[in-house]
Design a protein around this ligand. Structure first.
Ligand SMILES: [Zn+2]
Length: 133
């Protein structure tokens, strides 16, 4: 369960239900992950990667991920899960860093952290998976 500001305001834990990122709309899950303008740069990055994946034959070439500097073959279904889980993790991490720790970020900070984590996940996960086969 992700306790957004809308949820927290219903229980009188916070005073405002406004979005932690943009402070213009109510912070509920669809806004936070699908609509918020602050997250749009990260969202577009993820959609671009998904678009690259959907154009293939369910196998990634090294060329598809060359900007991530990942070696070896990967399989799309695992990459989808990694992308989506890291997307949610990244948005929620930055939301909490801003809300709780009062830190300031720009939208590209989310993209940088996301791509770094994706690179690590792909290298670690796919090295592990390849060793099982
Ligand atoms: Zn917002």
């Amino acid at each position: 369960m992700l306790y957004t500001n809308v949820f927290l305001k219903n229980f009188k834990i916070v005073k405002s239900e406004k979005c932690t990122f943009c402070n213009s709309d109510c912070e509920h899950l669809p806004h936070l992950f699908l609509e918020c303008c602050f997250v749009s740069t990260l969202r577009k990055t993820v959609l671009h990667i998904l678009h690259l994946l959907s154009n293939g034959n369910f196998k990634l070439s090294q060329k598809s991920f060359q900007f991530l500097d990942v070696n070896g073959n990967c399989y799309v279904k695992y990459v989808y899960l990694v992308l989506l889980s890291e997307y949610i993790n990244t948005v929620w991490y930055f939301r909490n860093e801003i809300k709780v720790n009062k830190r300031n970020f720009i939208p590209t900070d989310l993209v940088h952290r996301f791509l770094t984590k994706i690179k690590c996940r792909i290298v670690l996960d796919f090295n592990r998976l390849d060793s099982v086969r």
